[in-house]
Design a protein around this ligand. Structure first.
Ligand code: DLL
Length: 432
């Protein structure tokens, strides 16, 4: 099934014409409503009239997460505050989070693209669907929620946490579809096991997994253990949230909702556009967004783009799996974590040297984060109570900044290996 065949199966020529019209309108809109873009374009001696088709996109400036942080909170917002009906936020590197405002029309587009995703996975009005992404500032919960409602299936807003209760709901309400991170899906499988239940006790049939990288092996394991078919769901807050792209029954890459989000692949060093089929950094331009539109947003996600009509009939450009990042962002239990956030917390405390190591692992299918930090000589002591209190203080601070718990290990002075060249601060033992 296809939710919106008019858009999803458009001929390439029609898509090109639509994208060209939308880009021209967007450039005019941001030029007149966002000083940041007007200044950038003026610096480049570029006026909105220079953009005549989507191919002219290469003339436009890029936008980075740093630009969003520098313009915190509402500097890049194009719509007046009276038009903004919702705000989400995504974790920043250090300091300011990224604030994204949505107009009523933005929310309508979002629930449209999410309905496209769910339909492509095979969800219908007859399904009962559990949204197990976090509800709140994170876009996963509410983003998927309104897509399910728009489609007309029954939404169960389970959010995250209390996994046993969740499994009882899956069983008792005969939940057939679920959206969550792939690592949470594995954790669900494990809890199912622990409760003495099997996939035959539940009726899950479709999973929408994303918000973090995952592999074909993880897909097989989740499918096997939960008795469902798992599909990829991709998105990011700065562009919209979940729903930027999705797999279909052919599972040959994820279809990008290209009438709303225009994709490019660039070389992250030279910033040159790369041809389809080459791996590089994914860049998106929001063609229809009103609240906080972005021109050429550098996602830092590395992947390839593919052209060609899919056997499902959709014509949109597809993206391959995310193969890594061009920055050092980690995704731990679905939460974006930058090592620099940990560093800034450590530097705020006199007791520690600026020597630390993050060790990420996956234990019983749940991501774990250990933070090893070196004590300064003057603070290293045999007073166990004092050391425990210090450890707790750091753990609490990290939790409030990162939004996830870390296992803090206080290390003896001089014990963390010093590097000669580029320091290595992260050991990621997860087999992704
Ligand atoms: O993770 C939005 C989302 C929610 C997507 C629910 C899918 C499902 P952010 O917190 O802004 O937004 O994180 C965006 O997460 O740039 C990727 O690095 C990563 N990511 C998201 N989906 C996938 C995926 C949400 N399917 C960042 N595969 C992105 C790999 C993903 N990485």
């Amino acid at each position: 099934m296809i939710w919106n065949p008019n858009k999803e199966c458009m001929s390439r020529d029609e898509m090109h014409a639509l994208q060209s019209r939308r880009l021209q309108k967007l450039v005019n809109y941001v030029y007149h409503n966002v000083p940041f873009y007007r200044n950038k374009m003026q610096e480049m001696d570029l006026s909105p009239e220079d953009i005549k088709s989507i191919d002219d996109i290469v003339k436009l400036p890029f936008t980075t997460k740093q630009d969003l942080r520098d313009n915190y909170p509402y500097g890049l917002q194009a719509a007046p505050p009276s038009e903004i009906v919702r705000v989400h936020a995504s974790s920043g590197t250090t300091g300011n989070p990224t604030i994204v405002g949505y107009t009523r029309k933005d929310l309508a587009v979002w629930s449209e693209v999410m309905a496209r995703c769910l339909t492509a996975y095979g969800i219908t009005r007859n399904d009962t669907f559990s949204v197990s992404y976090g509800y709140g500032l994170f876009t996963g919960g509410l983003g998927a929620h309104y897509g399910v409602e728009n489609l007309g299936a029954t939404v169960i807003p389970t959010s995250t946490g209390n996994t046993e209760k969740h499994i009882r709901l899956i069983r008792d309400l005969k939940i057939t579809g679920i959206a969550c991170t792939p690592s949470y899906a594995l954790y669900l499988a494990e809890t199912l096991d622990k409760m003495g239940l099997t996939k035959d006790d539940i009726s899950l049939r479709i999973g929408a997994f994303g918000a973090e990288p995952w592999t074909e092996n993880m897909r097989k394991e989740i499918e096997e253990r939960l008795g469902l078919k798992g599909y990829n769901l991709y998105g990011l807050s700065e562009i919209m949230g979940p729903g930027v792209s999705h797999e279909c029954e052919c599972q040959n890459g994820s279809h990008i909702c290209e009438d709303h989000f225009y994709p490019e692949i660039i070389n992250p060093e030279t910033l040159e556009q790369l041809p389809y089929g080459t791996q590089g950094e994914l860049v998106f331009t929001t063609l229809t967004k009103e609240g906080m539109p972005v021109l050429r947003y550098r996602t830092k996600d590395l992947c390839t783009l593919m052209e060609g009509t899919c056997a499902c009939g959709r014509t949109a450009v597809r993206m391959g799996r995310i193969m890594g990042r061009s920055d050092d962002m980690l995704i731990i239990r679905g939460i974006n974590v930058f090592p620099s956030q940990v560093e800034s917390v450590i530097l705020e405390c006199n007791e520690f040297e600026p020597q630390y190591m993050l060790i990420v692992d996956r234990v019983n299918n749940l991501d774990t984060l250990q933070v090893q930090v070196e004590l300064r000589k003057d603070f290293f002591s045999a007073d166990v109570g004092g050391m425990l209190a210090l450890k707790k203080r750091l753990a609490d601070k990290l939790k409030s900044v990162l939004s996830i718990s870390a296992d803090v290990r206080l290390m003896e002075p001089g014990s963390i290996e010093r590097s000669q060249g580029k320091s290595k601060r992260v050991i990621d033992n997860r087999k992704l």
